[in-house]
Design a protein around this ligand. Structure first.
Ligand SMILES: NC(=O)CCC(=O)C(=O)O
Length: 261
């Protein structure tokens, strides 16, 4: 399976609707130019992960404007699409940081509400509700577990996803440049300890005064970096092979030595 990660720039001067249209055209391009089967976008790319003051105004229902544009993009391109995350307005609850996954016919097959909210006593941590469900999705020939940005710091979430069958993780993010070392370390650690691919897609640019790290990364089940972006807007394309997961787990069966569950 071939996967493309779109490290889109979140520029506060670009209207959200233009960014939605631009993202949709980039999704189509991944199929046409690179033969991608799966396309991944970052965390909260319509709004910006740190644009807390816009969250209430930019919040949208699950099947709102981002859903509409992304469903059409997935169906038009005929790809699996992890459309990154949106500020979801639940009519009966708080806001959520919710990731959307579409099948190649444009159906929303999974929604994942970020479980660990960033900001301690500020920002996302106070403005949003916490998700409670682990989510996996079978796309083409791999089972993917879903996490979002700050979730990377919580290894038990990823181990839970492995127990649910994950062979790879899709992690949209809006990670700040000042903690880029943690990003690289954590993505590689989650891959090595779980013997799973990690596809972590960040944003580029600066929004809400927070310079973004970019440096989207794909790590294989042995911890090798298959591709890594620079800081600016960029697309990564990689090949994923389920046999590589099986072989790593078979030849170095550390997951079988677990004692605490
Ligand atoms: N959007 C986020 O979850 C940011 C996480 C972060 O900055 C960190 O964990 O460090």
């Amino acid at each position: 399976m071939r996967a493309s990660l779109i490290q889109i720039a979140v520029d506060p001067d670009e209207p959200v609707n233009s960014r939605r249209r631009r993202a949709a055209s980039l999704v189509r391009e991944q199929r046409e130019r690179h033969g991608a089967d799966l396309v991944v976008l970052p965390e909260l790319w319509p709004t910006g992960a740190f644009a807390y003051t816009s969250f209430v105004d930019e919040a949208e229902p699950l099947e709102g404007p981002t859903y509409e544009v992304m469903a059409e993009a997935a169906a038009g391109a005929g790809v699996w699409l992890h459309a990154g995350s949106i500020v979801e307005r639940d009519p009966e609850g708080p806001l959520y940081n919710t990731s959307l996954v579409f099948s190649p016919d444009g159906e929303l097959v999974r929604a994942y509400r970020k479980i660990h909210r960033f900001g301690f006593d500020t920002g996302e941590a106070v403005l949003m509700g916490a998700g409670e469900e682990l989510v996996t999705v079978r796309a083409a020939d791999l089972t993917f577990g879903l996490g979002t940005c700050y979730d990377l710091r919580f290894p038990e979430l990823f181990r839970g996803l492995v127990d649910a069958g994950a062979q790879a993780f899709l992690v949209p993010a809006g990670w700040p440049a000042r903690r880029r070392d943690h990003w690289t370390l954590l993505t590689r650690a989650r891959a090595v300890e779980n013997q799973a691919y990690v596809l972590a897609c960040g944003t580029a640019g600066t929004h809400a005064g927070m310079e973004q790290a970019g440096h989207s990364i794909v790590v294989d089940p042995w911890g090798e970096v298959l591709a890594e972006a620079g800081p600016a807007e960029e697309v990564l394309t990689v090949e994923l092979d389920p046999a590589r997961v099986a072989k790593t787990r078979e030849q170095f069966p550390a997951l079988k030595d677990r004692r605490l569950r």
